[in-house]
Design a protein around this ligand. Structure first.
Ligand SMILES: [Zn+2]
Length: 408
């Protein structure tokens, strides 16, 4: 799925209509959740049937496009499923019992209830009875390129700086570009403590200064917001709301900067390598472990990884996630385990005397693991030698190479 996003500038009565649609979607979501809580054991079918009943009972629910109501039910279902899975897996800590939503920011349509301007595709018109009407799409990326049937979802999102329309587009990214010429390089990357990433070729990527600065500023704004907050006071003061607004806007800006940064790094890695290996990290656990630098939070790494996988797919490259065990402990030269604490910056192997920067060593291990995994993935394309046979040929070659080298 590719998401295209456009800013829209609705008129006051359209804002009211959008807010009304968001509220209705939230109403359906919460009602369905209540129904589930009150009737333990009800399944998906009952929840959807209850949604239909709601539409018959409340005129304002009926006014919202029926598919948009369905997505609200699906959201509840997702929350319920996640809760059940957490229980089944006996996940430690909170199981995430589904909660009622109070401050929804979006409403999601599927393939109906809206229409794009046929010729220019510069406007979208919402056609259900909420009366949002026609909105101009402001943004540079062109939706014109895609077929209307590729658009699977349309969301209206409220952010600190206004309203946005998002299109989820289903596509095979390889349809849109031709594969890049092989670079004949492979790289492993490690999430650094000091750097954003360190790679197996010895390069590091630092988190940009502007980003750190912006984050400090954001923290300051957040503090100001909490200072203005009065517990139990309703409504909160104007100053509180001003501070909240300011911090929300900054937050938005910082997250956009972060996205731009990680996107650029991901694209560069994919363009200059054929295979990129990285650790399959449980980021939530890591942040707790303080293995991860404060400067790049879980959101940063997760988006980075998503972009990496997206670009790999788009340009016909390999992005491989490897299990993260012992990548920083093992010696990338001889494979022996060399225990070290988080503060040890240099890997010094007392088995083979290999000395190397800690993150660099880990990155090489990550690459090795990925090659091992890929090497053992059997790919049977018609007419090709099965992989075990390839292995035999390689072994035979190795033997002859050894013979040659001994004779030399
Ligand atoms: Zn060693």
């Amino acid at each position: 799925m590719l998401v295209l996003e456009y800013k829209v500038k609705p008129k006051p009565q359209q804002v009211a209509a959008i807010e009304e649609a968001i509220r209705t979607s939230q109403f359906v979501r919460n009602k369905v959740l209540r129904f589930w809580m009150d009737n333990r054991g009800v399944g998906k079918a009952e929840l959807f049937r209850y949604n239909t009943a709601l539409r018959n009972e409340f005129e304002f629910v009926k006014d919202l496009n029926s598919h948009a109501c369905q997505t609200a039910v699906e959201r509840t279902l997702r929350a319920i499923t996640r809760f059940y899975e957490n229980c089944k897996q006996q996940k430690p800590g909170k199981k995430g019992y589904p909660k009622f939503k109070k401050h929804s920011r979006s409403v999601e349509y599927k393939v109906s209830g809206w229409k794009l301007d046929e010729s220019t595709k510069k406007h979208i018109t919402f056609t259900d009875k909420k009366g949002i009407g026609k909105l101009k799409l402001i943004g540079s990326r062109d939706i014109q390129y895609f077929q209307p049937e590729q658009i699977k979802r349309v969301r209206i999102v409220r952010r600190a700086d206004g309203y946005y329309v998002q299109f989820s587009i289903k596509l095979d990214p390889r349809d849109t570009v031709k594969p890049l010429t092989p670079t004949q390089k492979a790289v492993g990357i490690d999430v650094g403590l000091k750097f954003f990433i360190a790679d197996s070729q010895g390069n590091t990527e630092v988190v940009p200064q502007y980003y750190r600065k912006a984050e400090k500023h954001l923290n300051r704004l957040n503090r100001r917001k909490s200072n203005k907050y009065r517990k139990g006071k309703k409504p909160q003061s104007n100053n509180y709301h001003k501070a909240r607004q300011r911090s929300a806007k900054k937050h938005l800006k910082v997250s956009r900067q972060r996205e731009e940064f990680v996107k650029k790094v991901a694209l560069r890695l994919i363009q200059s390598n054929d295979l990129v290996a990285y650790e399959n990290l449980n980021v939530k656990g890591m942040v707790k472990n303080r293995r991860l630098a404060k400067s790049i939070t879980d959101a940063g790494w997760t988006t980075f990884r998503q972009w990496l996988e997206y670009f790999a797919d788009k340009y016909g490259k390999l992005a491989i996630a490897v299990p993260p065990h012992n990548t920083s402990q093992n010696c990338s030269n001889c494979g022996e385990k060399v225990e070290k604490s988080l503060s040890t910056r240099t890997h010094v192997c007392h088995h083979c005397r290999f000395v190397c920067d800690r993150d660099w060593n880990a990155a090489i291990n990550i690459l090795q693991k990925a090659l091992y995994i890929v090497g053992r993935t059997k790919i049977y394309a018609s007419g090709e030698t099965s992989s075990w046979l390839v292995g035999e040929i390689l072994l035979a070659n190795e033997d002859s190479l050894n013979e040659e080298s001994t004779s030399l």
